[in-house]
Design a protein around this ligand. Structure first.
Ligand code: NAP
Length: 484
């Protein structure tokens, strides 16, 4: 099946921070892929903006270099890359000063959809919003895209929301959480709300528990300074894992429309119970034979910041009362693997006897690698010799289902950037959603920051601290294997 390309209108997309890591690794390669897929119309233009002194030509050469490394696209020729970069322009701009703004204004005079991507540190968001307004670039139809982190607690998120709201309406603000752009995450909604099969079972009567795992093999080196101030709870749980939890737990929205979906997600966040200290495990990776410890990575002699967290969350509503949500995420774990596992309850009675074995249905939604959905069903072990049961997967791998000959699943940023151009906020976080997530997160973080509680050491390449295993064992359950 070849995925359909839905054309978008002509646009000007200005990327503040165009010389930075995110722009080079994600934003520009995603734009190239959309260009190569035929989705960027003739009148689409991308304007890079940063303090570095580039001419449009040297910026194009810089981008080409990055594309060679980060945007290997099957079937793309040198001519395609060269054609893409002709759509690029560059302005030297200082977000905190006056340099470049008049030139940017002169460049942004076309009557087309206009979006400004803030791919810079969050300390510059307010400066950018102010200057866009000051230089007459914040028209009623202008959109701004802001990256994470969106605040480091409720107070700072509120300040940031207010700073943006001073110049832009909420309908113009696109707070990006790239997890929401993942093909599988959107498919999670399609599976839940496009089939009759699951929704009647989607509640605490039939679901024993839900596990959400986002495991990374990399450490924090390179972003040590930021990470050491944030930790896994702020960096991953408050946003990415929270968004996944919302999509699993929310009620069916009346329509697949921005506010209908976001209203339902907000209700989930508001129904989250505070997390009890005994339902929380924090870890920090130690050294191994060939990797540095967390402390070495962040260049500190002492730190209690967590590079791993596991917790048990409860949602107090009719659908989910009694069904725990176990969340864990960490760095330097055994594999890079993200999965949501919906673990159904045992059958009430086994007609085959205990010797046949007891099995559970598990719906596994894999976000990376190999995005796909797998439903574990129980069947009879083939062959003579009685009735023994085994689990087999009904596998729906998107790479095979969607792409001709293993064509890559579109990157989350491809989808999300095109949604900005289309003016569709469904997969972006609203101000009240972000604030509600911090309202739940703050007391959890304070529970250890207030008393300086230590993070438990764990072995790199493991599944995190032993205590995280015990968090589930205590409830008679266990984590799923972190698999590649
Ligand atoms: P980065 O590599 O440090 O890049 C920062 C960019 O901002 C550079 O292009 C820099 O260019 C520009 N910049 C800095 N000060 C400026 C100023 N005063 N005026 C204009 N431009 C300025 O950071 P990044 O990793 O790309 O991250 C960008 C944002 O995305 C951050 O908010 C980060 O938290 C978020 N994010 C990044 C990733 C990732 O994988 N990298 C993932 C998720 C979210 P000049 O020095 O030339 O001005």
């Amino acid at each position: 099946m070849v995925s359909r390309v839905i054309p978008v209108e002509d646009f000007d997309l200005v990327i503040f921070g165009a010389t930075g890591d995110l722009a080079q690794r994600k934003i520009l390669p995603s734009l190239f892929r959309r260009f190569h897929a035929g989705q960027m119309p003739e009148g689409a233009r991308v304007i890079g903006a940063a303090r570095s002194a580039h001419s449009p030509e040297s910026f194009r050469a810089f981008v080409l270099e990055g594309l060679c490394e980060f945007a290997q696209v099957k079937g793309a020729t040198r001519a395609d890359y060269a054609a893409f970069v002709t759509r690029l322009d560059y302005v030297t701009v200082d977000a905190r000063g006056t340099e470049g703004w008049e030139r940017l204004r002169a460049l942004c005079q076309r009557a087309v959809t206009r979006a400004f991507y803030f791919s810079v540190g969050p300390s510059l968001f307010e400066d950018l919003a102010q200057r866009l307004h000051l230089y007459g670039l914040a028209g009623a139809e202008t959109r701004i895209v802001v990256e994470k982190p969106f605040g480091r607690d409720l107070a700072s998120a509120k300040l940031l929301n207010a700073a943006l709201a001073a110049h832009f309406e909420e309908r113009q603000i696109y707070r990006i959480d790239h997890y929401l752009g993942k093909e599988t995450v959107q498919n999670l909604m399609a599976v839940r709300f496009g089939n009759m099969l699951f929704e009647p079972l989607w509640n605490s009567q039939y679901i024993d528990h839900i596990q959400i795992t986002v495991a990374e093999t990399v450490g924090v080196s390179g972003r040590g300074e930021y990470y050491n101030r944030a930790g896994a709870m702020r960096d991953m749980v408050q946003n990415h894992l929270m968004q996944l939890l919302c999509l699993i737990a929310m009620e069916p929205p009346a329509r697949f429309e921005p506010d209908a979906v976001r209203d339902e997600k907000l209700k989930v966040i508001r129904a989250l119970e505070p997390v009890a200290p005994q339902d929380l495990v924090r870890g920090q990776y130690g050294p191994s034979a060939d990797t540095q410890s967390y402390l070495q990575d962040v260049g500190a002699s002492e730190s209690q910041t967590e590079s791993f967290i596991a917790l048990k969350a409860h949602i107090s509503n009719w659908r989910w009362a009694g069904t725990p949500f176990y969340l864990r995420t960490g760095k330097r774990l055994k594999h890079r693997a993200s999965e949501i596992a919906v673990v159904f309850k045992d059958t009430p009675h086994s007609i085959f006897g205990e010797e046949a074995g007891r099995h559970r249905n598990i719906l596994s939604i894999r976000l990376q690698p190999n995005e796909g959905i797998e439903l574990g069903v129980t069947i009879k072990e083939p062959g003579p010799g009685g009735m023994r049961l085994i689990d087999v997967p009904l596998d729906m791998s998107f790479a095979e289902a969607l792409g001709p000959e293993g064509e890559a699943v579109p990157d989350a940023y491809e989808r999300l950037i095109m949604d900005v151009i289309r003016g569709n906020q469904t997969l972006f976080m609203r101000d009240d959603e972000v604030e509600a997530a911090w309202r739940w997160t703050d007391p959890i973080v304070q529970s250890w920051e207030g008393c300086g509680a230590a993070a438990l050491s764990y072995v790199p390449g493991s599944a995190g601290p032993e205590e995280a295993l015990r968090l589930m064992q205590r409830d008679g359950r266990r984590w799923r294997e972190i698999r590649e």
